[in-house]
Design a protein around this ligand. Structure first.
Ligand code: ACM
Ligand code: ZN
Length: 768
C-alpha cells in the first residue's frame, strides 16, 4: 500500500517535472491575432477580482458587462465593476482594466496584456475592448465551472486588429424559421469569433418572416406555406409533408435581436428580397405580381418566375412602406434588397412592365431590373441608408451608390470594385456553408457542392485582378447559410461550424498570418470551446480525404498526429487495421474503407470509396477551365475511378456554360476500344446534357485525331436522370486522349434559369 503511494507520488513528480520542461503552452486562438507573446505566470480570476471601466462610457461598460456575464455563467461569481477616470490608475492587484487608448490605429483593434496581478485591455473604441474580451475568454479554460479548476489565464501580450471591416455571417430564415433564442445564440457565436455583421435573410419565396404593421397580410398569409418538400429536390417523385409551415418575427422580437447584437458589437443587416424571391409576398398581395395571381408561397426550393411587377406603381408604394418600417427597426446603415435570381419571363409579357420600359427608355429587362433597384436605392437614401444587393444588380447598370455582394463567383466583386463601388465577397465556391463539407455519402442531406474546411480556409477575399486602389473597395467577406435542407438549429450549427471559424480567420487575421496546418492545430483546441458553448459543430475534421492519381490511392486526414487505418477487402476499419503510411496502388476494382483513429478510438466517419479501375483511372489531365464549385472532390476527379451519384450530388465535375474537355495523359501509348461517361440531366436545377461528346487521340499531346463523336438530343431529355454515353473506338491507340463534352450553352426561354448559362455535369471518363 505504502509503496504504491510512494510510486504514485514519484509518477506525479515526474509529470510535473515534465510539464515544467515542456515548451510554453500554446494559446490556440481563433482567429489568430496579429502578434502574441506569452510570458510566464498566470493571472487568476477570483470573486474578488475588480473590473475598472472608464467613467461615463456606456459602450465600454457594455464590453465589461459581457465579460462579467461570461464569468458569472462559467464560474458562478459576479465580478465587481468600478468606474475610473480615464487617466486614473486604481489598485493594481487582482484587477482588470479597460483603458481607452487613442494611439491604437485600428478602430476594432486592441492590446491585451495579462500579468500575474492585473489584466490590461487597451483599445481605441469599445468594439476593440470587446474583441479583447473575446480573446481573453479563449485564454481562460473553456467551459470552466466553480467546481473545477481555477480561472487562470496565461500571462501574455497580444496586439491585434482585424484585416477587414466587414466580417459577416448570413442566415436564411425564409426556407426555415428559427426561434429568437437560436438567432441570439447564432449572433453570440458570431461575435465570439470576432465577426461583426449578421446578415438576416428575412424574406423568401417560401415565407415572409418579418412583421410589417402596415401590411398585416404579410403576417397572416405570407408567413405560411401549405407544406414542405421532404428529402432532396432531386428525389423522384418529389414528396411533401402535407403540414403548413409558418413563422415570423414580431417587431418587438426584431428589436430584441438588434439590441442583443448591439451589445455584442454586431450589426444586423436585414434583407428584404426584390424583385425576385417574392412569391410569399405575392401570395398575400397578388396585385403586386405581373399576372395578378393567385400565388402560393413556395413549398419547394428554386427560382420562381413570379416576381414583383416592375411596371405597377403599387409595387413601389408597397416596398416603400415596407422599407419605412424596416429602416426604423434596424440601425444599420446598410439594408440588403436582394436582387438575385430574378427571372425576366413575366416582365417580358406584362403590359405594365413593357410600358414602363418604353416610358423610361430601358432597352431590355435587365435595365428594367436596374431601374427597380435604383428606385429601391432612392427609398433607402431618403432614410439615410445604403443599398447592398447580390451581384445580379450589376446587370443592366449598377445603382449609383450600391454595394455589391459577389456570390456567383468573384467576378461581380471585381466588376464592382473596378467601377469604384464597394463589394463584399461571398462566393459560392468558398463560403457557401450549405454545401457538403465531407463525403456526401456519409453526410446528412445538403444542397450539393463540395466545400471542405480547408477549401474555406484557402479563400483569399481580395481578387488578384484588382490594383491596390481597387482592392480597398473589398470591404470584407461573408459566409452564407441557406437553409433549404436545414430544418433545425442543430443542423444549422452542424453546417456552420467549424467552417465559420475558418471564415473568421480569413476575415480577421492578417494575410501573412494565414497558415492552414497551424489553424488546423489551433482549431482542434478550439473544439473544446465550441463544446463549452454547446455548439453542434460537424466533426468532419476527423474524416478522411482521398485521391487517386499516379495510379495510387492517397488517404489523408487533417490532423497529422492521428492515425489512418484502412481495409481493401470491404471490411470495416478497426484500430488494428493496416496503418496508412503512403499512397498505395490498386490494380483492379477495389473498395477502400478508411477511418481516423486516436489510439483505439475512431474519431471520424468511415470513408468508403468503390474504385473502378480502367485505363485512365489514376491518370492526370489538364482542363481548359478548372471547376471551382463542383470540383468532384479532388484534383483529378474525372479519372479518380469514382462515378457520380445523383442522390448525394457527390463526385460530379460541373461547369457553367463551358465545355468539359480533359486531355488525359495515359502515361504511355495505350490501346483502347471504348470510352464511357455519365452526365446529369436535371433542367429544373439548370443542369443540362451536353450538346454532344467527342473523343480525340494524340501521340504527342499536340496533334489530335478525331476518333468518334455523338450528338445528344439535349432538348428532348426530361426529368432528373443520370445518362450514360458509350463511344466505341475500335483499334484506337495513343498516349493522350482528349474527351470533349460540349456545353448546352444558354438556358432557353420558358425554362428554369432562362438566360443563364447551363451547368454541365460529368463524373468520370472511363477508358477500356
Ligand atoms: C444567392 O445565393 N441566391 C444569393
Ligand atoms: Zn409587370
Amino acid at each position: 500500500m505504502k509503496l504504491r503511494l510512494l510510486f504514485t507520488l514519484f509518477l506525479l513528480g515526474l509529470l510535473a517535472f515534465n510539464q515544467s520542461c515542456q515548451k510554453k503552452p500554446a494559446l490556440n486562438l481563433v482567429p489568430q491575432p496579429l502578434s502574441v507573446t506569452t510570458t510566464s505566470g498566470y493571472f487568476t480570476l477570483t470573486a474578488d477580482t475588480r473590473v475598472f471601466v472608464p467613467n461615463g462610457m456606456d459602450d465600454w461598460a457594455m464590453a465589461a458587462r459581457y465579460l462579467a456575464a461570461l464569468v458569472e455563467q462559467g464560474a458562478g461569481f459576479r465580478l465587481v465593476s468600478q468606474s475610473i477616470q480615464q487617466d486614473m490608475r486604481g489598485p493594481t492587484e487582482n484587477a482588470i482594466y479597460f483603458l481607452p487608448e487613442s494611439s491604437i490605429a485600428s478602430a476594432e483593434g486592441y492590446q491585451l496584456e495579462i500579468t500575474p496581478t492585473a489584466i490590461y485591455i487597451r483599445a481605441r473604441t469599445a468594439a476593440g475592448a470587446f474583441y479583447a474580451v473575446q480573446t481573453l475568454r479563449q485564454i481562460f479554460p473553456p467551459g470552466i465551472n466553480a467546481a473545477s479548476a481555477a480561472w487562470q489565464a496565461l500571462c501574455c501580450k497580444i496586439d491585434d486588429a482585424p484585416r477587414f471591416s466587414y466580417r459577416g455571417l448570413h442566415l436564411d430564415v425564409g426556407r426555415h424559421y428559427f426561434p429568437v433564442s437560436f438567432v441570439k445564440k447564432y449572433i453570440d457565436l458570431l461575435a465570439a469569433h470576432k465577426l461583426n455583421t449578421f446578415h438576416w435573410h428575412l424574406t423568401e419565396d417560401q415565407g415572409w418572416r418579418i412583421e410589417i404593421k402596415k401590411h398585416p397580410r404579410l403576417q397572416e398569409v405570407a408567413a405560411c406555406r401549405s407544406e414542405t418538400l421532404v428529402g432532396h429536390y432531386s428525389d423522384q417523385p418529389q414528396r411533401f409533408d402535407g403540414k403548413p409551415y409558418c413563422g415570423y418575427y414580431t417587431q418587438e422580437e426584431v428589436k430584441e435581436v438588434v439590441e442583443y447584437a448591439r451589445q455584442r458589437f454586431v450589426t444586423v443587416i436585414p434583407e428584404i428580397e426584390m424583385p425576385g424571391h417574392a412569391l410569399a409576398a405575392l401570395s398575400a398581395y397578388p396585385e403586386l405580381g405581373c399576372t395578378g395571381g393567385p400565388y402560393q408561397a413556395a413549398t419547394k426550393w428554386g427560382v420562381f418566375e413570379d416576381v414583383f411587377c416592375a411596371g405597377n406603381e403599387k409595387t413601389f408604394v408597397f416596398l416603400d412602406e415596407v422599407l419605412e418600417e424596416v429602416c426604423a427597426l434596424f440601425p444599420s446603415t446598410y439594408i440588403h434588397i436582394g436582387g438575385d435570381e430574378c427571372p425576366k419571363t413575366r416582365w417580358q409579357t406584362c403590359p405594365k412592365c413593357q410600358k414602363r420600359m418604353k416610358q423610361e427608355g430601358l432597352k431590355d429587362e435587365h435595365e428594367l431590373q436596374s431601374y427597380f433597384i435604383r428606385r429601391a436605392e432612392a427609398m433607402l437614401a431618403r432614410r439615410d441608408k445604403k443599398l447592398i444587393g447580390w451581384d445580379e444588380i450589376l446587370e443592366g447598370g449598377l445603382a449609383p451608390s450600391a454595394t455589391v455582394m459577389s456570390w456567383r463567383g468573384t467576378e461581380g466583386g471585381i466588376a464592382a470594385a473596378k467601377a469604384g463601388h464597394d463589394a463584399i465577397m461571398t462566393p459560392t465556391s468558398h463560403v457557401y456553408l450549405d454545401y457538403y463539407q465531407s463525403d456526401p455519402n456519409t453526410e446528412p442531406v445538403a444542397i450539393g457542392g463540395h466545400l471542405t474546411l480547408e477549401k474555406v480556409y484557402s479563400y483569399e477575399p481580395v481578387p488578384a485582378e484588382l490594383s491596390p486602389e481597387e482592392a480597398v473597395r473589398i470591404l470584407g467577406v461573408q459566409a452564407n447559410v441557406w437553409t433549404e435542407y436545414m430544418k433545425t438549429p442543430d443542423y444549422v450549427e452542424y453546417m456552420t461550424y467549424p467552417r465559420a471559424c475558418a471564415v473568421a480567420e480569413i476575415a480577421w487575421s492578417a494575410k501573412e498570418k494565414k497558415d492552414w496546418p497551424d489553424f488546423a492545430r489551433r482549431l482542434r483546441a478550439h473544439f473544446a470551446r465550441l463544446d463549452a458553448m454547446g455548439v453542434n459543430y460537424a466533426k468532419s475534421y476527423f474524416d478522411i480525404s482521398t485521391s487517386f492519381s499516379g495510379g495510387k490511392v492517397a488517404l489523408s486526414a487533417i490532423d497529422p498526429v492521428l492515425q489512418i487505418r484502412y481495409t481493401t477487402d470491404g471490411s470495416e476499419p478497426t484500430p488494428t487495421s493496416k496503418r496508412y503510411k503512403e499512397p498505395f496502388a490498386i490494380a483492379q476494382n477495389t473498395t477502400v474503407k478508411a477511418a481516423v483513429f486516436e489510439g483505439k478510438k475512431q474519431m471520424g466517419k468511415v470513408r468508403t470509396v468503390a474504385y473502378l479501375v480502367h485505363k485512365a483511372s489514376g491518370k492526370p489531365y489538364t482542363l481548359a477551365r478548372i471547376p471551382d464549385k463542383y470540383d468532384g472532390g479532388e484534383q483529378y476527379a474525372l479519372t479518380n475511378g469514382v462515378t457520380g451519384d445523383i442522390k448525394t450530388w457527390g463526385n460530379w465535375v460541373g461547369l457553367v456554360n463551358r465545355d468539359i474537355d480533359p486531355v488525359i495523359d495515359l502515361g504511355k501509348p495505350t490501346s483502347f476500344s471504348r470510352v464511357t461517361t455519365h452526365f446529369v440531366n436535371s433542367k429544373v436545377s439548370w443542369i443540362y446534357p451536353p450538346r454532344g461528346v467527342e473523343i480525340y487521340v494524340s501521340d504527342d499531346g499536340q496533334q489530335f485525331r478525331l476518333l468518334a463523336s455523338r450528338e445528344i438530343p439535349a432538348e428532348t431529355m426530361e426529368g432528373i436522370t443520370v445518362e450514360t454515353v458509350v463511344l466505341d473506338t475500335p483499334g484506337a491507340q495513343g498516349r493522350y486522349l482528349k474527351f470533349v463534352a460540349k456545353t448546352f450553352g444558354v438556358i432557353p426561354e420558358n425554362a428554369a434559369g432562362a438566360g443563364n448559362g447551363a451547368w454541365l455535369f460529368i463524373d468520370e471518363v472511363i477508358v477500356e
